[in-house]
Write a protein that binds this ligand. Structure first.
Ligand code: PLP
Length: 383
């Protein structure tokens, strides 16, 4: 049995996305900046995808800038806002210790170049307290960047409250919605943010396509310079096939959001309840009250998570110990550490993230195997 429980790392391509991509790679191969009909057909694909991605987040198509990844969208948001606001004397950036590396390392890089940087504390629930933001805001704060849903534990942040606090001091607000889009409703107007990042491969689209939503009127300094692509906001000939696949995935995702999130929520709860009741010494990491429906992160006392991951892989179950970007490093998860979990507990934690194709049979098969695998690993340590 091969079961994929690692949808926060990446997702399988939706058939609709594959269809859209093969058309774009075949007959519609033109350069979307060309004036002739080949170019215009490719531009038509970009326009359709732009509208589809905008609809997923309640935005206008013209506000979407396609990028090469979620990471690039985060870079454009953070670097672009920091540079645009620097001449006005705003050289303070705020983010949280449990952000994805795409934001965290970008903010740290700017910190080395002279920007003042504040990392908001995260409590053991994995949720940011708006009061903590209130207390660090300053007149020179340029940007606050807090992710919508965390990739490792799935907790959802009070983005609207945080954005209001940032705006009250004249700062911009960015949210990385790479892990919330397609799982819970994401509406840029309701969230009241200025910038929002997306990645195609987390919503059953292809790898190598992302988007930054830039609220009308917000000015960024482009990180990629060159031609006038994407209305001068991101130079480089667009990845038409990847973007067409992104658009198709966004359309499917929007259509199935309500039914998928109910189904996946029930499945995740079955898995979580099953693990907690069948395996002693297990605990869920992070709040369970405000969480995307597909994710659970569970610590297994006395078990090295890497060893359990490998044991599960040998049985056909793909899970993860944290974000795909930092797996294999044996470093304890920076997310769990930021929440104040001990190094031991952070190294004992496994993320299960569900998605398209998962069903009860697969969850039950996992629950059948897991207790004995955990017991075996614990026995090895006791020896
Ligand atoms: N932001 C979050 C929250 C993510 O989970 C990821 C991917 O793991 C990214 C950004 C980066 O997206 P991409 O893989 O498209 O660069």
């Amino acid at each position: 049995m091969a079961v994929y429980f690692d949808h926060n790392a990446t997702t399988p391509l939706a058939p609709e996305a594959l269809d859209a991509m093969s058309r774009a790679l075949g007959e519609d191969f033109g350069n979307p900046s060309s004036v002739h009909q080949y170019g215009q057909r490719a531009k038509g694909l970009l326009d359709d995808a732009r509208s589809a991605v905008a609809s997923l987040i309640g935005a206008e198509a013209a506000e979407i800038v396609f990028t090469g990844s979620g990471t690039e969208a985060d870079n454009l948001a953070v670097r672009g806002a920091a540079e645009a606001l620097e001449p006005a004397g705003r050289r303070h950036l705020v983010t949280a210790g449990f952000e994805h590396e795409a934001v965290l390392n970008t903010v740290k890089a700017l910190g080395k170049r002279g920007w003042r940087v504040t990392f908001l504390p995260v409590d053991s629930t994995g949720i940011i307290d708006p009061m903590a933001l209130e207390s660090v805001m300053a007149d020179d704060t340029a940007l606050v960047s807090v992710m919508h849903a965390n990739n490792e534990i799935g907790t959802v942040q009070p983005i609207q409250s945080l954005a209001r606090i940032a705006h009250a001091r004249g700062a911009l607000f960015h949210t990385d919605a790479v892990q919330s889009a397609g799982k819970i409703p994401v509406d840029v107007r309701a969230l009241e943010v200025d910038l929002l990042s997306l990645s195609a491969h987390k919503i059953n689209g292809p790898k190598g396509a992302g988007a930054l939503w830039i609220k009308r009127g917000v000015r960024l300094v482009p990180t990629m310079t060159g031609g006038k692509h994407e209305r001068n906001r991101r130079a480089g000939t667009e990845n038409v096939a990847g973007i067409a696949g992104f658009g198709a995935a966004a359309t499917v995702s929007r259509r199935k959001l309500a039914s998928d999130s109910t189904r996946l929520g029930q499945l995740r709860d079955r898995l979580e309840r099953g693990v907690l009741s069948r395996v002693q010494g297990t605990q869920v990491n992070g709040a369970t009250t405000s969480r995307v429906p597909n994710t659970t992160n569970i610590s297994f006392e006395g078990v090295e998570a890497e060893a359990l991951l490998i044991a599960l892989d040998l049985e056909g179950f793909a899970v993860s110990t944290g974000s795909a970007c930092s797996s294999g490093t044996l470093e304890p998860s920076h997310v769990l550490r930021a929440m104040g979990l001990s190094q031991h507990r952070a190294q004992n934690s496994i993320r299960f993230s569900l998605g398209l194709g998962n069903d009860e049979r697969q969850v039950d098969a996992l629950l059948e195997k897991l207790p004995a695998l955990v017991e075996k690993l614990r026995a090895l340590v006791r020896r």
